[in-house]
Design a protein around this ligand. Structure first.
Ligand code: NAD
Length: 351
């Protein structure tokens, strides 16, 4: 058995249908008397789901959360926080809203309760990516982790099937990379394999039963584990290349992860035989092909060209991926990376 170091981080997690109604108790537990509730403009009405949990309390709302946590939005939310004399934040939404909650909580030193409504896994991590002048800067700090996470499956029943598939494969990417991370440990391995198996089984069932609470609970459970994997293990080629593609060509986050995951796994496959063997137990004989097929069944995009990336950008993306050094099981070679990106650009099967 491989040597390992294991760290665990205390967090309070409530997982139940209707758990949002406990928001009041959780606010009391953290000593929050006036929360600022954060949403995106699209989910402005999500506060209606919190009516019971907020009954008889003072609260304010900021509904400007946006993808990649732009610094101008954070500044506006901070003004709203101060103006309303808030003393804590509640984020209800996907990774974008949770990102804003983290940005505010870390600056104010206040408590943060998160109610996720997608499968991004951000609610479990100490990672905050913020955009300033078009540059995305990512940092890690224990203070960034939300204090309490309320997984109420009811909040995900309306997540469109297409978005659910993309979000689910985005989550799966955290677990896949955790399996070959330099700091992988037996606990993260267990969580990763369980999460990948659960997601691969539940995602295809969604199209026929998008409001099925059991399927949705499985997906939430899987994405929780994936978030824990992302929090505990260092990410490699897949996350770096998605970051590069997103930053260089303004490609959408979950879609880019979905297109790239089969290809980055296939790239690393020759260097991770034991991990591939474990993955076959949950994904079948050819794990990279199985993820590619899963995207196809979900109707998700499978080509970088479909996401708006120019073909002329392939060389640049390969070079950027080579520039910043990071741990990866297979050495990074420009020609092999370009070949991988070319296949992904055309939407071809992974090799
Ligand atoms: P998102 O939060 O941007 O949400 C996408 C859209 O879906 C938004 O308009 C949102 O309002 C809407 N939406 C969310 N939940 C919904 C629901 N239940 N029903 C209907 N509409 C809903 O997308 P995301 O994929 O959850 O998050 C992506 C962002 O999260 C990126 O900025 C990414 O960098 C970040 N992220 C961060 C981490 C981390 O650990 N820091 C991890 C994963 C993702």
């Amino acid at each position: 058995m491989k040597d390992f170091t294991y760290l665990s981080h205390p967090r309070r997690v409530l997982f139940a249908s209707g758990a949002r109604r406990s928001l009041g108790d959780e606010l009391d537990r953290l000593g929050i008397t006036h929360p600022l509730i954060l949403t995106t403009p699209h989910q402005e009405n999500a506060v209606d789901d919190l009516t019971e949990g907020l009954m008889g309390r003072n609260w304010s709302q900021f509904s400007g959360a946006a993808m990649h946590t732009p610094i101008e939005v954070t500044k506006e939310a901070l003004r709203s926080y101060e103006k309303s004399s808030a003393d804590g934040v509640v984020s209800i939404g996907g990774g974008s809203t949770i990102g804003l909650g983290k940005a505010l909580a870390v600056r104010q030193g206040c408590a943060h309760i998160s109610l996720p409504t997608t499968y991004s896994g951000s609610e479990m991590t100490d990672i905050l990516g913020e955009t300033d002048g078009g540059q995305k800067v990512t940092r890690r700090d224990a203070k960034i982790r939300p204090d309490t996470v309320i997984y109420d499956v009811d909040l995900t029943l309306g997540l469109p099937v297409g978005l659910s598939g993309l979000s689910g494969i985005n989550a799966m990417a955290h677990a896949v990379e955790a399996l070959y991370a330099p700091d992988a440990n037996p606990v993260s391995d267990l969580m990763a394999l369980e999460a990948i198996g659960v997601l691969a089984e539940a995602l295809p069932k969604l199209a026929d039963a998008p409001r099925d609470a059991d399927i949705r609970a499985q997906l939430f459970y899987g994405s929780w584990l994936c978030g824990l994997c992302l929090d505990s293990a260092a990410m490699s080629l897949h996350h770096k290349i998605c970051h590069t593609l997103g930053g260089s060509f303004d490609l959408p986050h979950a879609e880019t992860h979905t297109v790239m995951l089969p290809h980055s796994l296939a790239y690393n496959a020759p260097a991770i035989a034991p991990v591939m063997a474990r993955l076959t137990s949950v994904l079948g004989a050819d794990p990279a092909q199985a993820i590619f097929d899963l995207s196809g069944r979900l109707g998700a995009p499978r080509a970088l060209s479909d996401l708006g990336m120019p073909e002329s950008g392939i060389g640049k993306a390969a070079q950027v991926a080579l520039k910043s050094p990071y741990a990866n099981p297979r050495p990074l070679e420009e020609a092999a990376l370009s070949a991988m990106l070319t296949r992904a650009w055309h939407g071809e099967a992974p090799q």
